[in-house]
Design a protein around this ligand. Sequence first.
Ligand code: XIL
Length: 367
Amino acid sequence: MLSRRDTLLTSLKTAFGLAIGASSPLGTLLTSPAAASDRPRSADWAIPFGAAIRDWPFQNEPAYRSALIAHCRQIVGEGGLKWADIRPTRESFVFDQPDRHMAFARQNGMEMRGHTLVWYGAMPEWTKTIGSSTEAERELVGHIETVMGRYRGRIKSWDVINEPIPDDPASRSDIRPSIWQQRMGEAHIALALRTAARIDPQAQLVMNEYDIEYVGDRFRRKREAFLRLIRDLKLRNTPLHAIGLQGHLRGEVAIDRDGLSAFIAEIRSMGLDVLVTELDVIDNKLPGPPDLRDAMAAARAYDFLQAIQTVARPKAILTWGITDKYTWVPLWFKRTDGLANRPLPFDEAYQPKLLMRVIEHFAKDPR
Ligand code: XIL
């Protein structure tokens, strides 16, 4: 008779084309029975683990806060520091949410990352009225001075630039449209980084991107366009310290392990660090049964983290949420069978999933 373990590995092979040896490190991770390590103790892992924090459950659900306290060494606001939240009008800065998160981080001995200063998304309507390059420059610099200035020395790592490359770049010099790109062109990126370095010279300045880890032409082009931008910034001695791989993994698409490792090697050769900033597994196109789905998600994350870690040790691994109960994934990637998405390391009842085991494995730095 087939054991549960064999059944799972066979299903993975049928559904996913993934042959995983039962005694391979991944096979063992996916099939070993729940053990003490299923209560992750991230305090002594080589790589700090963290998660994005959503303000509503943070304020209203004690179990949510407890999970963050129990498992995370870092947090990052899912919102709160985005322009739409912090700049409802041109004249105002609303710091309530990030201040709350910062107080929580400090009380619990966590670091808080800053997300984000320059992004095309979550821009308040009024920014459309920014008319000239001079005005755009003034607004962007003023924003970074005020927001970074407030948290100087307290937020030690900032996603200064988020998602600068279009989904399907037309050329290597293609930059994603935003008010900043429309008014200043690519120069807004260096301006933001230089301003950030001036305001908090100790802070780790990060440029963050998604969709660069998969097999496929579009993703190879995105990697190349991102690398072109990074190289140009470094050639001009622009302060930039690390690249953030968001890691919103599409469950059904294979990781280009060689392509991703080569990308990381190139980043390292420029002296840049790597972080995993928003890991989760988008599971709308994965099969329904939770056991199989969780194993597939964990296997994807394994491929992703291993391709990075064979080249460099990430400075942090953060997931974009802690529990399946609160995740952005259904906003864009709802399942058609009515089942809930399961993208995160803990389920809706805050029980650890296979994804957490995989993260723990890499965060302990097995090299
Ligand atoms: C998402 C948040 O999770 C949602 O709650 C919000 O409505 C939209 O933004 N990449 C990013 C994040 O860099 O800022 C996005 O966060 C998810 C994709």
